[in-house]
Design a protein around this ligand. Sequence first.
Ligand code: NIG
Ligand code: FE
Length: 394
Amino acid sequence: MSSSTVSTVVTNIATLVTNDPSLGDGSPLGVVRDAAVVIEGDRVVWTGESSKAPATDNRVDAGGRAMLPGFVDSHSHLVFAGDRTEEFNARMSGRAYSAGGIRTTVAATRAASDEDLERNLTRYLDEALRQGTTTFETKSGYGLTVADEARALRIAARHTDEVTYLGAHIVSPDLADDPAAYVALVTGEMLDACAPYARWIDVFCEKGAFDGDQARAILTAGKAKGLHPRVHANQLSYGPGVQLAVELDAASADHCTHLTDADVDALAHSRTVATLLPGAEFSTRAQWPDARRLLDAGVTVALSTDCNPGSSFTSSVPFCIALAVRDMGMTPDEAVWSATAGGAAALRRDDVGRIGPGAYADLTLLDAPSHVHLAYRPGVPLVSGVWRRGARVL
Ligand code: NIG
Ligand code: FE
């Protein structure tokens, strides 16, 4: 490569996680020691050993630290207003989590101005970016009227390409007595208003939200409008969500806490990623999803935050990695893969979640010699540098 084409070379990276198994140690993480990364514009154009890096004036010394792909948080609910501290307090005093709390956020979100919603969204995005997240998905689901759902997606679409229409979060309180009418709205006028802003359609398939038949009707209608399905599946109880996700070739079945052997088998023989969201189990004191069981069966696993004001109010992927390693049977390498390449798979993307030629230059630098420190040093703010689309933002 001629140095005239090089924008920036980051050198002296003690441990570089590329997620390219053909590089380095041959593991899925493709770890290269004493590495360098060359960025041109918004892309990575070269990775390899520091000693072979092309010479350039624009050189950043990583100081012998670890670099990994920016985290891909493939599941969040960030267009909301209000606060549910009281509900959290009650849970920590023994009350069970229920989807009913969603109504509290729906009321606050409907009452908020566009400016307030956008300010709230950008606050949590900035928070996530400082913790190494460079790609995020986010959903509607706290409006539940045609206008409020469309507005949530319009605001989200200003900040990410990964926008999900979740009109089917719960049956709107306005139509609580007539769920069929709400499903008709979600698959009709609301879908028409929302589809232009969204890439994905999601349903909360759960007792107290939408059953399997309703969820199938909603996702099928979305597919007919060009949206791709993903499903909140098997979070609070066993149910049809995972099987439905596989049947419809959903990119991801999210939560996957209560799984039968048949559910695990279906996932293992599909393209559908199991996205695990340990912040939700942490904040609802629920049983952990069994990542080990899924991995041993050959299922592709992603790890994300589920950041929302009710069940999982954390924007921190490093925190989720630490939980997954401590309580869900994942190794540190598996958890880091799931939070980067796994998230990319859950969004069916190959331009994020890896560090290699053609990928976006989305890079996270840790104040640590190895990515393992993300689990080894839980709760410590290790992220000390972030590049997003080639620009250094931290
Ligand atoms: O993914 N499960 C449904 N939705 C969210 C929770 C939303 C809320 O409690 O406000 C979740 O956990
Ligand atoms: Fe969620």
